[in-house]
Design a protein around this ligand. Structure first.
Ligand code: NAD
Length: 363
């Protein structure tokens, strides 16, 4: 198969982990006889430096003409004093909006060999396998008006939390679809005891549920969900929720695994290209040192292979390769206190490529 992939390395460790990803994609192309074409674009701080805009038109057009988009990370101290609308993060928000990436998927799975990295007890995290599905293009991050009014003690700041029934329906439907493919259990998270938008959310979930009798679903208030994720994360299969609740809950859930450098994410539209990225940021404290953990980005590739390219064999081989290198005890600096065994980004990538060759031996 022939696929065109937009690569947006971004800032900090973004270019380092994206280089790792393109090496791995080249190996997958070689092993499985695919053709992957990479087209590079600027996003975030690097784009501000070159063009003055965090999301140049050219980058947007490259993304729209691709089958999938891979993003490293954006942001860093250099751009933190810029006004809000000119910050690197605006590039990412703009890209999500322009590509209509309304569904953000964050799987949280435990690698047994990394269980000790979790701040939670082993008996709590054992067997955790959940998917958080976050609405990404609506709600309070985009609602209008958003502004300041007045001055001094009377100064007021306003954000608007708004959702339409159709916006809720499309993300909730995705939630039921994923639950159907997984363990058949959906938890919808809202704040229906207080918020009108959550009451519409709840009604819509009840409506959509009629089309999925095979899925068991329940509603949970967001404050309870935050607590239950730590108390008993194994109870969840798929969680679906609105933008801001999902932002907060998915970061909380990432700590179940204890390692930010491990977790992937995918953002999908109805039928345009999806965006695949690690959940971590640009890690300015380690940028340029060659020690970043590439595994979150490589796991994001497994999601790209699965959801964007329908290549389940390739995705499984990569997932197993990542699993294998961890089982064999290979670690980047963020995953171990034993500095004598630490691998660089390039060395870790090479170990994954080696393991991939073994997994794909029968192709
Ligand atoms: P961060 O995720 O960049 O870093 C937090 C800590 O985790 C740091 O100590 C870092 O060294 C470590 N870390 C992160 N990824 C790692 C990896 N792959 N390997 C090894 N260690 C890793 O979060 P932050 O420090 O809060 O933010 C730094 C910048 O990144 C900020 O400008 C922020 O706005 C931006 N950011 C961007 C994104 C994105 O592009 N999607 C997401 C979060 C933060």
């Amino acid at each position: 198969m022939k696929k065109r992939i937009a690569i947006l390395p971004g800032d900090g460790i973004g270019p380092e982990v994206c280089e790792s990803a393109t090496k791995v994609l080249n190996e997958i192309a070689r092993l499985y006889k695919h053709e992957f074409e990479f087209v590079y674009g600027d996003l975030g701080g690097v784009a501000i430096d070159k063009t003055g805009s965090p999301l140049p038109e050219e980058t947007l057009s490259i993304c729209k003409q691709s089958d999938a988009v891979l993003l490293g990370a954006v942001g860093g101290p250099k751009w933190e004093t810029l006004p809000g609308h000119q910050r690197p993060e605006q590039g990412l928000l703009g890209l999500r909006k322009q590509l209509e990436l309304f569904a953000n998927l964050r799987p949280v799975t435990i690698y047994d060999s990394l269980a000790e990295a979790s701040p939670l007890k082993n008996e709590i995290i054992e067997g955790v396998d959940l998917l958080i599905l976050r609405e990404l293009t609506g709600g309070i991050y985009f609602g209008e008006p958003r502004e300041r009014r007045g001055e001094g003690a009377q100064e007021t700041a306003i954000d608007t939390l708004v959702y339409s029934r159709s916006e809720i329906e499309r993300i909730v439907r995705k939630g039921f679809e994923f639950a159907k493919e997984r363990r058949g259990q959906l938890t919808s998270v809202d704040k229906a005891n207080v918020l009108e938008s959550s009451r519409l959310w709840r009604e819509t979930v009840d409506e959509v549920a009629k089309d999925y009798p095979e899925v068991t679903y329940s509603h949970m208030l967001v404050d309870n969900a935050a607590m239950q994720l730590i108390r008993n994360p194994r109870q969840f299969d798929v969680m679906v929720t609105e933008n801001m609740f999902g932002d907060i809950l998915s970061d909380e859930a990432s700590m179940i695994t204890g390692s930010l450098g491990m977790l992937p994410s995918a953002s999908m539209s109805q039928d345009g290209p999806g965006l695949f990225e690690p959940i971590h940021g640009s890690a300015p404290d380690i940028a340029g040192k060659g020690i970043a953990n590439p595994l979150a980005t490589l796991s994001s590739l497994t999601m790209m292979l699965t959801f964007a390219f329908q290549m389940p064999d390739e995705a499984n081989a990569l997932q197993e390769a990542i699993h294998d290198v961890l089982e064999k005890g290979y670690r980047t600096a963020d995953l171990t206190n034993d500095q004598s065994k630490v691998l660089s980004t390039v060395e870790m990538t090479d170990r994954v490529i080696e393991a991939l060759g073994e997994k794909a031996v029968n192709v």
